[in-house]
Design a protein around this ligand. Sequence first.
Ligand code: IPM
Ligand code: MN
Length: 328
Amino acid sequence: MKVVAATGAAVEFKIFDWSADRYLKDGTTVPPDGFATLARDFDAIFVGALGDPRVPSNIHAKEILLGMRFKMDLYANVRPVKLLDESLCPLKNVKPEDVDFVVIRENTEGPYVDAGGVFKPGTVDEIATQEDFNTRKGVERVIRYAFELARKEGRKKVLMSDKSNVMTYAGGLWQRVFKLVAAEYADIQSQHMYVDTLCMHMVRDPKQFDVIVTNNMFGDIITDLAAALQGGLGMAASGNIHPGKTSMFEPVHGSAPPFAGKNIANPIGAISTAAMMLEHLGFASESARINQAVLEAVREKKTTADIGGSLGTKEAAESIASSLSRTK
Ligand code: IPM
Ligand code: MN
């Protein structure tokens, strides 16, 4: 909030306590009218990290995070991957200009719909099924989103990644829809890559990627890999978007329970997420200022130890906030 306030953007905040402490006190994850209130009264949602181990069976992530994605129909999970400084990339001889792409992850379907079941549970004959949902509508709208984003950001290529050599029914749908939509965007190159090959190339030669669109599960996996290319999960930002609806912004990382209360977690993922949110809300110059301040902090190593600095979470965040107020 301090970061946003320092840019001067006229953003009003309301904080909802949907925390682990709240859950432990009264069992609330999302209050009954929670999603309706968010959709009706707010332009955007900024979500902190989830995953406190005191909350059983990850019900928090399920009801709050997946709840927002599914119930608010935030179908495009936009995860930019940008290397800010050469020192942050674990790969040899990779420069900032070599890692600059965006993953668009389908965000409302796939195995995440929680369909399936167990037969003869707990016995040696147990069978577990987990169904992978792919709808024509869901696949088409996220692919279209990827092409639109490429146009808007002046990017040249959209790559669709799947596992259609094995998962033939779901992959077949993705393949057909991708070809149909790509044909409408003659100005953008389209390409396909199996997801296993994609993982290999992401490490061997990340420079070739521009916009990647993929399903929910593959998107989840490749964005952790992609986060490592930019300095780790602590650096990665994301937006969960449905154009025209109240969208949600969250750092890609979880709550990193071993770091809790130690003032060592990297605040940049959350700060860059705030920049994404501001851009989405129409505050482009404020967003650019935040990104610039983050870039300078990284270059000057005014950061936490995971990316080479010696500051605490609070100090690193405050240093970025104060550099923003200086450059007003
Ligand atoms: C993510 C996370 C979530 C996901 C978990 C916490 C449910 O890993 O946002 O990438 O799998 O989508
Ligand atoms: Mn994930």
